[in-house]
Write a protein that binds this ligand. Structure first.
Ligand code: HEM
Length: 450
């Protein structure tokens, strides 16, 4: 590799590289890179990394050179016990086959059928909150989106199990992130106390997911949900169906990918709305004008464009998937720099979203950045909360529709304000970006909600 095309080094501690800063506050570390080098080399303890904070290089890697990369080390190694060989972690022909098989569950027409359920679940979730009550918005959104995924995709009522599922998933994700940013990474198969604890969480989740599979198999009929579709799917060539283990891996992937992300997007949205009263007032005016007290339906969504802009802008400032990774399958160049085979590359979504060369006043919450005209003019890959290329989020339309419905249904009934004396909320970057310590807010019933 000639020095002229070597990737510049991000110099932190000589001994540990950048891992200490990364471990201390991963989100801050990544957003601080917004206006530094577009591509930097960094050492993260055991892992040498390349950090991409550039829309142009992200496009080159994720779209143009998609075939030269596979998914990163973190999810595919440390996430394997939890996610198996599901859509997030699988590669090559297995991934292509599974993606094709699952795609029909996520087409517009299909997800439109979920809208009524989403609206009804949201109305039921907010009904018990009294005026002035403290609600942990992060936790409430997590419970609600889990219930929604359970009902729409698995035809299952998981309300009563949501606390258990949430806790087990959190432990499993903390384990993945802990392993990744550990100074001495331990293989997931070693029987250490930490690995055993992690396996305990996964066993609890397995019990629930295998229970849903058994119940569906016993019923023997097509219930019209995603799980029935997986169980009935047949290989085009040999007519084989999926084993319970394959179905479990896909189901676990969807439970994880399909609720935690949207829940965090919504929680940060309410956090931002409380700080920008003018945006909130405009949202309330839109919602009151269109809905006038009714629950939102699918047909209302095109008439509620500002709500969608708000969701998108909240995901720019607080992208639920704030960073994701790839590994080079062979020697390749990125932005003219040589990247060797096997190199881990991190795509710094949080940093790109806050780069001043892409967004004027990048730290300001301004939903008008996402008017249809402004969005059209946006440079590609400057905004990528759902990733890009062949591994782009399969649930992106589902997530946006769900977000818009939940946001409008709630904004019509209540407001959330910070608790008196509340401090600035910190981030807790697990696999997705959560508010640290939850997001306790005061619910204020709106007059229009009567
Ligand atoms: C606001 C909500 C969401 C965000 C921000 C989000 C973000 C992402 C991102 C960034 C990726 C790509 C990761 C990578 O390239 O390494 C991804 C993939 C994926 N997402 Fe989402 N997601 C959301 C909602 C959903 C929902 C609702 C579902 C399903 C119900 C879902 C299912 C998946 C799956 C299965 C993949 C793997 C796709 C593949 O590799 O082929 N996501 N998501």
């Amino acid at each position: 590799m000639s020095p002229s095309n070597a990737i510049p080094h991000l110099l932190d501690s000589a001994i540990f590289g950048s891992i200490l800063r990364y471990r201390e506050d991963r989100f801050r570390f990544l957003t601080d890179l917004a206006d530094r080098g577009p591509i930097l080399r960094a050492r993260m303890g055991a892992f040498p990394l390349v950090l991409v904070t550039s829309a142009e290089i992200s496009h080159e890697a994720l779209v143009e050179k998609d075939a030269d990369f596979m998914k990163g080390f973190g999810l595919s190694v440390f996430g394997r016990p939890l996610l198996g060989n599901g859509l997030l972690t699988s590669e090559g022909s297995v991934h292509r086959k599974q993606r094709k098989l699952m795609a029909p569950a996520f087409v517009q027409k299909r997800i439109a059928e979920y809208a009524t359920e989403i609206s009804a679940r949201t109305e039921a979730a907010q009904a018990p909150w009294r005026d002035g009550e403290t609600v942990d918005v992060a936790e409430a959104m997590m419970r609600l989106t889990l219930e929604i995924v359970g009902k729409t995709l698995f035809d299952a009522e998981i309300g009563h199990e949501s606390a258990e599922i949430g806790e087990a998933l959190t432990l499993a994700m903390q384990h993945i992130i802990g392993s990744l940013s550990s100074l001495v990474p331990i293989p997931p198969t070693w029987p250490t106390p930490r690995n055993r604890r992690n396996q305990g969480s996964i066993d609890r989740l397995d019990k629930i997911v295998y229970g849903m599979i058994r119940e569906h198999r016993e019923g023997g009929r097509d219930r019209g949900d995603f799980l029935s579709m997986l169980l009935l799917a047949q290989d085009e060539d040999d007519g084989s169906t999926m084993t319970d283990k394959q179905v479990r891996d896909e189901a676990m992937t969807i439970v994880l990918a399909g609720h935690e992300t949207t829940a965090n997007a919504l929680a940060w949205t309410f956090y931002l709305l409380a700080q920008y009263p003018a945006v909130r007032a405009r949202l309330e005016a839109e919602v009151d004008g269109v809905l006038a007290g009714r629950s939102p339906t699918l047909a209302d969504l095109p008439k509620l464009p500002y709500a969608l802009q708000i969701m998108k802008e909240a995901m720019r400032l607080y992208p639920p998937v704030y960073v994701f990774a790839r590994r080079a399958l062979h020697d390749v160049t990125l932005g003219g720099h040589a990247v060797p085979k096997g190199q881990m590359v991190l795509f710094n979504v949080a940093g790109i979203h806050r780069a001043s060369r892409y967004f004027a006043e990048p730290n300001r919450f301004d939903p008008d950045r996402f008017t249809p005209a402004a969005e059209k003019a946006m440079q590609r890959q400057t905004y990528m909360p759902f990733g890009a290329g062949s591994r782009v989020c399969i649930g992106n339309h589902f997530a946006l529709m769900e977000g818009q419905l939940v946001l409008t249904a709630l904004a019509q009934r209540l407001r959330f304000d910070p608790l008196p004396g509340a401090r600035r909320v910190d981030t807790e970057p697990l696999i997705t970006l959560r508010p640290r310590g939850g997001l306790p807010m005061r619910a204020q019933r709106r007059a229009a909600s009567a």
